[in-house]
Design a protein around this ligand. Structure first.
Ligand code: SF4
Length: 207
């Protein structure tokens, strides 16, 4: 595992969050919007959204139709608008408009699960967080970094616990970024590019 991760560090020396943001609030909003779409696409709508609604209070008071118009290209725009406005209202009412800095508080917000909370903790606050998404599940399974690699639908919380136990907390956020970037670029869901993969010498799933 650690030898393979050393290779990933070489091929992906400076991983970073693919969502554009300047503040924790912007990252939280962008992460929520990234469900069922790509980070690239989210980045095309967030500048207008953040300019129109710079605070949680402004977003909570927004006209839903206007928010829908801005985020329309992302799909599921009605549900996402409802979700965003509810989240903004909860942030405004319960946290004075500030994004909280703990897993417990973040996941107490409507529609915020561990994955989103870990993205915000790791990338906005520098608090160790290991977001587990579909790429992390796939790559850790193919590399057999986790015991339940045969599971078709592994439990992300269990995977988070198992993988983070093997790495220093200071590495968790970059580890997650690298696995996601590697999964997107090489270890694709359908046709992994095993022939050109830098891990094909050791990967148990390589042909
Ligand atoms: S060898 Fe293939 S399956 Fe294994 S990590 Fe590389 S791309 Fe993924």
């Amino acid at each position: 595992m650690h030898e393979e991760y050393a290779v990933l560090c070489e091929v992906i020396p400076e991983p970073r969050c693919a969502l554009d943001f300047r503040t924790p609030l912007q990252l939280l909003i962008a992460t929520v919007l990234s469900a069922q779409t790509t980070d690239k696409r989210v980045n095309t709508v967030t500048p207008a959204l953040f300019a129109a609604y710079p605070t949680a209070a402004a977003l909570a008071a927004a006209n839903p139709q206007e928010v829908e118009d801005i985020i329309h290209p992302l799909g599921f725009y009605r549900a996402k608008t409802k979700h965003l406005l509810g989240l903004a209202a909860a942030l405004d009412e319960r946290f004075g408009g500030e994004v909280p800095r703990t897993m417990e508080e973040l996941t107490s917000l409507p529609g915020v699960g561990r994955k989103t909370a870990n993205v915000v903790l790791g990338n906005a606050f520098g608090v160790p967080g290991f977001p587990v998404d579909t790429h992390v599940l796939r790559v850790t399974g193919r590399l057999r970094w986790r015991a339940d690699w045969r599971q078709a639908h592994p439990d992300p919380v269990k995977v988070e616990r198992e993988i983070t136990a093997c790495f220093d907390p200071s590495e968790w956020t970059d580890l997650s970024h690298r696995l996601i970037l590697f999964g997107r670029a090489t270890c694709h869901a359908r046709r992994p590019d095993c022939a050109d993969c830098p891990l094909n010498d050791t990967c148990p799933s390589a042909p």
